[in-house]
Design a protein around this ligand. Structure first.
Ligand SMILES: [Zn+2]
Length: 472
């Protein structure tokens, strides 16, 4: 059966069922155990895998006490003498609903429109387990070789993968030492070629709180005597980044950008052109932060950037009187360059914000998440060639390399655990696919071609491992 037919007949119906399950990550569903949606999602995937068995496959839903479950699939090598292990990664937990879905669409309402499957979690990252199966199934049907493969499908990614280290530890003997990691939870610059992710930014978030009074008072009475907590917040944020340019000021929060990554960013920018920024839903008249596409690529992959993602202490405007409020709390989200240590960055941000508080206000920064990014090791020639060939064969265009702006905590964990492994990190999160936002979609045509590319790369891995070529 061709990969496209397998997608149409076997994968899409499963993904439709999967989208209906509100399997929100524990971070967004504290009662996830009782609600049972994550369980339903992992059961659905396990059931489907068993109904579409691969040769030499063993499968288990692994459960460590008190943790989200993990789907582990092991597949024997196609030939006994095949060396190496390929680790394939995906996740089944989801982001929350978000508002702003178009009419007739919704997070738990699967809809196919113009070759795109809409709904929460289809692209991020429900498709991964099915695509990995589709790739291996194609190889086995075509009698092409593959090494031993292990699929790790977790259910905690959108909460920062805090359950994953325990599973990596517990399953270490069964995982072995992968020499190729294929991560299927990343992005693509367009839907016209294969994209490999070279790096991920890290993340530090936390709450900045500024207290100026023990209770709110009449603003006409107090303003001019009591400093506004919001104005103090503005001043403190200006310590972190330049409010005119968005550039983070502190050197310790930056990293030098390797020359190879700058060159790849230029190539990606040539391919992307204005798509580098037009993929975002700008309001009419709004311009990107910089004019040059290559700089935008580097801005979103290698430079620290601050966003304020939430607030407290500000009443909704219908309830707001003329009050000088006692406090302002802002949720800060700082993306940090791939090699910057997140714990150190969180400490640095705390120092910067809490030092010498204006007017002696009570200023606190409590860090929440601190996740270090990831920078890929140098890609070896056989993998580089295999990816190029796969992209040209299935897309008619060359493979492209780009850093991604988001954080996948799993990558930092795996990079540290398997420093000798090669990494092919890719995904279907292209322009407008809007994972985490409304109107998330999976581009089905792209997913089919990506599946074919993954199959080719696994075959190329087996070929070079069999030939005994040096892998490093
Ligand atoms: Zn994801």
């Amino acid at each position: 059966m061709k990969i496209s037919q397998f997608w149409d007949e076997e994968i899409v119906p499963a993904l439709i069922e999967y989208i209906r399950i509100p399997a929100k990550s524990p971070h967004f569903d504290s009662d996830w155990q009782r609600n049972g949606h994550i369980e339903a999602a992992v059961q659905l995937a396990a059931r489907w895998c068993k109904a579409h068995p691969l040769q030499g496959m063993s499968l288990e839903v692994v459960r460590l006490e008190g943790r989200t479950p993990l789907l582990l699939v092991q597949i024997e090598p196609s030939r006994k003498e095949s060396n190496g292990t390929v680790l394939l990664y995906g996740h089944l937990d989801k982001q929350p609903e978000m508002s702003g879905w178009r009419e007739a669409l919704g997070p738990w309402t699967p809809v196919i429109e113009k070759g795109r499957l809409y709904g929460r979690g289809g692209a991020d990252d429900g498709y991964a387990v099915f695509a990995a199966f589709g790739a291996l199934r194609a190889l086995q049907e075509q009698k092409r070789p593959h090494a031993r493969c292990v699929m790790l499908i977790e259910c905690c990614e959108e909460s920062g993968s805090y359950d994953l280290p325990a599973y990596l530890e517990a399953l270490s003997p069964r995982i072995g030492k992968p020499d190729l990691v294929i991560g299927l939870d990343s992005g693509c610059g367009n839907y016209e070629q294969l994209w490999g992710t070279t790096s991920l930014r890290g993340l530090v978030n936390g709450v900045l709180s500024i207290e100026v009074l023990t209770e709110g008072v009449h603003s006409g009475d107090a303003s001019g005597v009591v400093a506004s907590s919001f104005r103090i917040a503005r001043a403190l944020l200006d310590r972190l980044d330049d409010s005119r340019t968005g550039m983070v000021k502190d050197k310790a929060l930056h990293a030098a950008i390797p020359a190879e990554r700058v060159a790849q960013a230029k190539l990606a920018a040539e391919v992307l052109g204005e798509q580098a920024w037009r993929k975002f839903p700008f309001v009419p008249g709004m311009q990107p932060m910089l004019g040059e596409a290559a700089e935008l690529v580097l801005n979103r992959s290698w430079r620290p950037m601050l966003a304020v993602t939430g607030a407290e202490g500000l009443p909704p405007r219908a309830n707001a009187g003329n009050v000088l409020r006692p406090k302002t709390e802002l949720l800060l989200s700082l993306r940090i360059p791939p090699p910057v240590d997140a714990q150190a960055a969180a400490q640095r941000v705390k120092q910067i914000l809490e030092a010498d508080p204006p007017y002696g206000a009570r200023v606190r920064f409590e860090a929440g998440q601190a996740a270090t990014g990831w920078h890929a090791p140098q890609t070896v020639p056989w993998l580089q060639q295999a990816l190029g060939a796969a992209s040209r064969k299935h897309f008619g265009k060359d493979v492209m390399w780009m850093g991604e702006g988001g954080t996948i905590p799993f990558m930092a964990m795996l990079g540290a655990k398997f420093p000798q492994a090669q990494f092919f990190i890719t995904g279907v999160l292209g322009p407008h696919s809007n994972a985490h936002g409304p109107n998330e979609f999976l581009d089905l045509g792209y997913a089919v071609k990506l599946t074919a590319c993954v199959a080719d790369v696994i075959a190329a891995h087996a070929a070079q491992a069999g030939a005994g070529a040096l892998r490093r």
